[in-house]
Design a protein around this ligand. Structure first.
Ligand code: NAP
Length: 471
């Protein structure tokens, strides 16, 4: 579908007047998009990689569990893409607050939205708003040191958490269950802020139950993450052997799917496990969905309904109810993207409508607007999935620039100058390096490689201190 030009009919991009692209969201999708833009020389480009936070890396920093340091190390690869002469990281900029999307668009020829899916999906059951009921996103933000984490609410919940129920059997559910089950010495070397380590060490967790509304063959987690549960130093993993007994045809289908077959094999290795006195348990329980959360002032229990999986693979209730004691219930049932002011999302999917990354407005490609990552395709896949995804989007953007449907507009103001003139405090890559150094220095005070700065004030103080000492 041909696009119209940005402003009618500008010239083709040139080294003197490159195609100016703003990428909104400096997580993996945004960084991979910037990388794809700078790895070609057919279309001269200049990229502003804008983020609301003063730090880049999105869910690599504030999503991947800190007890997975090898996975978090992808940050070093992403950093190399950021540290490119044609890419400018512009953090601490809230599009909608510091400048409107419309104003931003006057500074660039094209925008790629890569701001992810930040909001939790809800269960829609009674009791979900009681204290002691959290979204996995709340807990993850807190233990990763996100500056917007609701410390008070999460720490209150963690302090009471003797019996924990996690709803959902995806990788995020396993992350939160595993982090809560870890022995303090397993978490101590991580980048978690000290108050998080202290709160987790003091939490009274005795039992964690992870609930799958369908069977073990339909679980969304991956085998590596599953197997890790069996290696926890401080907890015993349990599974009900009956949940693992499949009908012959289901067993045949399961055997044909490598991930499912490996998952089942991993869980079958645990069927002889028994609880040990004084040692926390982590139980995987399938064919169970929460019907309501029970409690007056805070969560005390979850009523669960036994389910069966129908011929279409859906969970159907059997009417058989059971009450499970719980002081903390964590729903981990997926994420949802929300709109930026001025950019509608499809409420049903939580994504920006698009065709291969070309953003659609009223069903038609919107000139100069593109999407990549979770806000494009929904909250699926691993970090690397975003590479292919961003490349597809950028290929379409470059095709539009090459065939003349996307042209450069007139002279544009510099985004950073505009922001500074408005009193905003954009954080550039050098400023991030100051934050990085402050985190490494903070970690060193306790013999760790790094400790995450978790407050807006401390993040920006690191930037200001470095600027002041640079004169
Ligand atoms: P997910 O993989 O989509 O899992 C969501 C889980 O919630 C599924 O088990 C789903 O069950 C369940 N669920 C949904 N609605 C429910 C409801 N109303 N009641 C009960 N259960 C419900 O999502 P995620 O765990 O948030 O992960 C998001 C993405 O990040 C995934 O691609 C994941 O692999 C990735 N990730 C990867 C890692 C890693 O590689 N280590 C770590 C974290 C996240 P149904 O299947 O029955 O719908």
């Amino acid at each position: 579908m041909p696009h119209v030009t940005n402003d009618g009919a500008g010239p083709a991009p040139s080294p003197d007047r490159p195609l100016r692209v703003a990428v909104i969201g400096a997580g993996p999708a945004g960084i991979y998009a910037a990388d794809a833009l700078t790895r070609q020389d057919a279309v001269p480009v200049a990229v502003d990689l804008v983020d609301r936070l003063p730090t880049p890396f999105g869910l690599v920093r504030h999503g991947i569990a800190p007890d997975h340091p090898k996975m978090r190390a992808i940050r070093d690869t992403l950093y190399r893409s950021l540290d490119h002469p044609l890419v400018r990281f512009v953090g601490n900029v809230d599009v909608g607050r510091d400048l409107s999307l419309e104003e931003l668009r006057r500074h660039v020829d094209a925008v790629i939205y890569t701001y992810g899916a930040s909001v939790d999906r809800r269960l829609g059951i009674d009791g979900e708003n009681l204290p002691g009921s959290l979204a996995a996103t709340d807990l993850v933000a807190w233990y990763c040191g996100h500056p917007d984490a609701d410390r008070e609410r999460v720490e209150d919940a963690v302090r009471h958490a003797r019996s924990v129920v996690v709803v959902g059997v995806g990788n995020v559910a396993l992350d939160v269950a595993r982090v809560l089950a870890r022995a303090p010495e397993e978490l101590d070397p991580t980048e978690m802020p000290q108050h998080v380590l202290d709160a987790l060490a003091a939490s009274p967790v005795e039992e964690i139950t992870v609930l799958g509304r369908r069977g073990p063959a339909q679980a969304a987690f991956t085998t590596q993450e599953l197997r890790e549960l069996g290696e926890l130093a401080g907890a015993t993993v349990l599974v009900d052997p009956k949940d693992l007994e499949l009908e012959p045809d289901a067993e045949e289908r399961a055997a044909a799917d490598r991930v499912v077959a490996r998952n089942l094999a991993a869980m079958r290795d645990w069927i002889d496990h028994v609880p040990e006195p004084g040692r926390p348990t982590l139980t995987l329980r399938f064919f169970s969905r929460p019907a309501r959360l029970i409690g007056s002032d805070r969560v005390e229990a979850v009523e669960i309904e036994r389910t069966a999986v129908d011929g279409d693979g859906r969970a159907v209730g059997t009417g058989e109810l059971e009450v499970l004691p719980a002081d903390l219930v964590i729903r981990s049932v997926g994420y949802r993207g929300v709109s930026l002011p001025g950019l509608p999302v499809d409420e049903r999917t939580g994504t920006v409508p698009n065709e291969g990354g070309r953003a659609l407005r009223d069903g038609a490609p919107s000139p100069g607007e593109y999407v990549a990552g979770w806000i494009k395709r929904g909250p699926t896949g691993v970090v690397g999935t975003n590479k292919h995804d961003a490349r597809e989007t950028v290929a379409h953007l470059l095709a539009d620039a090459t065939d003349g449907t996307l042209r450069v507009g007139g002279p544009v103001d510099d985004l950073v100058q505009t922001l500074v003139a408005r009193g905003a405090e954009p954080v550039l890559l050098d400023d991030w390096r100051a934050i990085d150094a402050a985190e490494v220095a903070l970690g060193a005070t306790r013999g760790r490689a790094r400790t995450t700065l978790h407050e807006w004030d401390s993040l920006l103080a690191a930037v200001r201190a470095a600027a002041a000492s640079a004169g």
